[in-house]
Structures are given as structure tokens and as C-alpha cells.
Design a protein around this ligand. Sequence first.
Ligand SMILES: *Cc1c(COP(=O)(O)O)cnc(C)c1O
Length: 220
Amino acid sequence: MGNGESALRRVRACIAAAERARRTDEAQPVRLVAVSKRQSAEAIRALAECGQRDFGENYLQEALDKKALLADLTLTWHFIGPIQSNKTRAIAAHFDWVHSVDRIKLVRRLGEQRDPALGPLNVLIQVNVDDETSKSGAAPEEVGAIAAACAEQPTLRLKGLMCIPRPGNTKAFEKLAALNAALPEPLPDLSMGMSGDFEPAIEAGATIVRVGTALFGPRH
Ligand SMILES: *Cc1c(COP(=O)(O)O)cnc(C)c1O
């Protein structure tokens, strides 16, 4: 069994245990996004051969280079990094999910630039739930307006909320879940939890976890 395979088994087993510890039993299964930034195309291929399908990337050019090398595989690609508005066209063309939408301008650009023939682009609104001025993410009070902007774009499908709290701030997961529950129509997905904290995130209601180093080891 390769390193990637044993790491994947370990992470999947932890996810399954955390799913059982969730406070609600009607919750959907957790989707594991393997965060492959600064990992090689070979490392992604090795994990894909073990059955992993969802991969997350932060840097557009790096992602496009690796996608080209992996074009023979059917994978689901998630863009999880900060978005510059001049990159939206390429993101809309090459990704299935975008987790880091935090302003209306990005919603409009992604919506207009997504080719309808590709099917809807799945969107998550990134929310700043720890009031850290340095972090990207919409303020909680902006979520309603960004969600309304998504509803005007038929090529986008608003799926949920995402957060990247500072390490150790597991209260942020509960905050994001509460923010979603308070929306007029709560969204189906919460993307929260990384290698160090995906278990408490799942217990708080994460439906998508973004795990890098626990699967791939240190980044290069
Ligand atoms: C890098 C990154 C991750 C994965 O972090 P690990 O600690 O390696 O699991 C998850 N989400 C985002 C947005 C990231 O940038």
C-alpha cells in the first residue's frame, strides 16, 4: 500500500468517525476535497488511482498545468484560493466548484463567463467568521446580497458557505453553521475544516472538508 493510499484510508476513517459523532443523523455524507496545491501531478494521479475524485487548487496557473497532465482522468476540480477578477474567465472554464466567492463582482463575472454548455458552476460564498481584517471572505452581513446576486445567474448554482478560520478557532464552524441556518433558505453545503480541524468541523455540520497535508504530506 503506497503512502498516499494509507493516508487516504486514515483520513477517510476519521471522517467516518466524525460523521457518526454528528449531532444530526439526517446529514448528508461528507465530500473530501484533496487539496493538491504545490503537489505534483503524479501525486494527484496516485491518489486518483486509490479512488479519490475531488481535488482542490489555490493557484490558477499551477492548476491548469496539472489539469493538462491529468486530462485522461475524470476528476472534479475545486478552486479554493483567493480570486483576482481577471482570473474569473479561466476559473469558470476549468473548474466544477469555486469555494472562494466573496464579492458580487465575482458572481457577475463568473456567471457571465461560464459557458452554459458546461453545466452550472457550483459556488460557495467564503465568509470571514473570525473578524480578522487580514483574511479574505465576505462579512456575514454581506452574504444575503451575494446570494441574491448568484440567484440572478442561471449558469451558477449556489451550494453553500465556506470559511477558513484561524487555527484553533473551532467556534467559527458553529458560527458558519448558524449563519447558514439563519438564511431565508439555508444552503445544502458547508465547506469547512482542513487537516488540523476537519473532525470538529464535521461535528459542527461540514459537508465538504478540504484536506491537504494529511493526505499528501508537506507541500513542496
Ligand atoms: C491549503 C488549504 C487547505 C488545506 O490545508 P491543510 O492544512 O494542508 O489540510 C484547505 N483550504 C484552503 C483554502 C487552503 O488554502
